[in-house]
Design a protein around this ligand. Structure first.
Ligand code: SF4
Length: 132
């Protein structure tokens, strides 16, 4: 909730779905390759997983609220935070939506928008989804 207040006060445009998914937004501090600490937006693209790993809160058999960002929503959120110097990079992961290929295409589209449309030069860590 504190994060939400900070975002709203900063005038960041947040789509309704993003507001609903604010529980997935985390700012992480990680060590960079040069040993320096950098701040990241750590975010799940989706928690609507088709799999049922017993240890995971996002397993399909668990009764939790489901939501999924579009690639454009994540790219917009990242670039807005980056321009305000809140973050230096993005840590992007996701549950498996529909199937691994579909999920990877959406993750790739997010990175493509950031790098090619928005010319985002910050750090990006992205999860690759293996075939099960
Ligand atoms: S595939 Fe990943 S997100 Fe889906 S249930 Fe297993 S651990 Fe959780």
């Amino acid at each position: 909730m504190m994060l939400l207040v900070v975002l709203l006060e900063a005038g960041v445009l947040i789509p309704k779905m993003v507001l609903e998914m604010v529980m997935f937004l985390v700012f992480a501090i990680v060590g960079g390759a040069d040993g320096r600490c950098i701040s990241l937006l750590k975010i799940l693209m989706s928690n609507a997983c088709i799999y049922d790993c017993k240890y995971c809160i996002n397993r399909c058999s668990n009764s939790v609220k489901r939501a999924t960002f579009t690639p454009r929503e994540i790219a917009d959120l990242t670039i807005q935070f980056y321009k305000r110097n809140y973050i230096e990079g993005l840590f992007l992961s996701s549950a498996v939506i529909k199937n691994p290929n579909f999920t990877m295409e959406r993750l790739y589209e997010t990175i493509f928008i950031l790098r090619k449309e928005y010319h985002f030069n910050g750090y990006i860590h992205v999860k690759t989804i293996p075939r099960f």
